[in-house]
Design a protein around this ligand. Structure first.
Ligand SMILES: *Cc1c(COP(=O)(O)O)cnc(C)c1O
Length: 381
């Protein structure tokens, strides 16, 4: 028998209690029962976003919330700065260009650390910049970005908002929306929030709402101003994704029970164990500023990463992600996201070692596991 295991950076494993919630008979969304569920969810979303601002639920994958940010904040010809350090930074660039923004791209080599002083300089050069588009964890390279520092920089510019793609990182690593002055934060359901794909979320600061007041880009389904007005009357602009929202209530309860702080620590520990194991197995990390959300491992040159991922999936039911674009076949990415524990980390690490051995490139898997165990089961708490 084979047990499917997801170590991909979305979709991620969904807890049974969440799956069962979603299997309930359908209810109508304009009922007291559903409105009560939704208001609980809106409240708990503020906790995971660490914000007092409203958080909106959209029936779209994460990219939908990215698009909502762009169309609600900008007008045609507005200047934006996009930090592009991988596949998802590139998505910001093409999204903003699609809507006619003038995009200054701060390009970072994939896997490299971003020097935030470059943002400081770019904003001084172009003070009319409306928005800075950034990513907290660049999932294609497993790289962490210091959005806290970016928040301090952008806060000095009253006309500019900071927009953060936290799709693969919110609920996994610290993302202090209010404290870090992150004006707009977007995330998706299928990563650290332990749900199926299909929902995305967006929070807006008062500074962001001011921009939104004057935004002239066309919008209909993603019109957050309208959404806010309707929501104030305890209603929804469109049919809510009832089952997903019901599942979300449960997954947010699970997060609250454990607490965010503990969940961040646990992600850190699984990621750190994986990083140490990778080194002990004689392999290398792709990123010089690795995120605790996902670890990208450089494969030995002769190994075909696509084949390796396929082997793990078809023979053992284990899904890890391969590389994207020019990293295709060259890296594997192991997610630490969501509903995982210490033993999942050991499984992911050993599966990488086993797959490399089966591909004719044996590594010291035992040593890797030993290192990982030291990190995972140290008795600090
Ligand atoms: C997964 C991901 C996205 C895209 O989300 P979709 O749900 O596929 O639309 C965007 N940004 C980052 C950083 C991601 O990890």
């Amino acid at each position: 028998m084979k047990r499917p295991r997801l170590f991909t950076p979305g979709p991620t494993a969904v807890p049974e209690s969440v799956l069962l919630e979603m299997a309930q008979p359908m209810m109508h969304h304009r009922t007291d029962e559903f409105i009560a569920i939704a208001s609980e969810v809106f409240q708990d979303l503020k906790y995971v976003f660490q914000t007092e601002n409203d958080v909106f639920i959209l029936a779209a994958s994460g990219t939908g919330a990215m698009e909502a940010a762009v169309v609600n904040l900008l007008s045609p010809g507005d200047r934006v700065i996009a930090i592009s350090a991988g596949k998802f930074g590139e998505r910001w660039v093409s999204l903003a260009k699609t809507y006619g923004a003038e995009v200054t791209v701060l390009k970072v080599e994939w896997g490299r650390r971003f020097d935030t002083s470059l943002l400081e300089e770019a904003l001084i050069k172009a003070p009319e910049t409306r928005a800075v588009l950034a990513t907290l964890c660049e999932t294609s390279t497993g790289t962490h970005f210091d959005v806290e520092k970016m928040g301090q920089i952008v806060a000095r510019h009253p006309q500019t908002v900071l927009v953060v793609d936290a799709i693969s990182s919110l609920g996994a690593v610290p993302c202090q929306t209010d404290r870090w002055q992150l004006d707009v934060v977007v995330t998706g359901s299928q990563k650290a929030l332990m749900l199926p794909p299909g929902l995305s979320f967006i929070s807006m600061s008062s500074k962001a709402w001011k921009l939104a007041e004057n935004s002239k880009l066309p919008k209909y389904y993603f019109d957050l101003k309208k959404y806010r007005q309707v929501l104030a009357k305890s209603d929804f602009p469109f049919t809510m994704a009832v089952s997903l929202v019901v599942g979300l209530r449960r997954s947010l309860q699970l997060i609250k029970e454990v607490t965010l702080e503990k969940i961040w620590q646990e992600h850190h520990r699984r990621a750190e164990a994986t990083r140490r194991a990778v080194a002990a197995m004689g392999l290398r990390l792709f990123s010089e500023a690795p995120s605790d959300a996902v670890t990208a491992v450089v494969l030995p040159e002769k190994v075909d990463g696509e084949k390796l991922c396929r082997l793990l999936r078809t023979r053992y039911g284990i899904s890890v992600a391969g590389g994207q674009d020019h990293l295709k076949g060259k890296v594997v990415r192991i997610s630490h996201l969501g509903w995982q524990d210490e033993f999942d980390a050991l499984t992911a690490i050993s599966s990488l070692g086993i797959a490399l051995s089966l591909s004719g490139h044996p590594v010291n898997t035992a040593q890797g596991i030993e290192e990982a165990i030291r990190v995972l089961f140290s008795s600090e708490d």
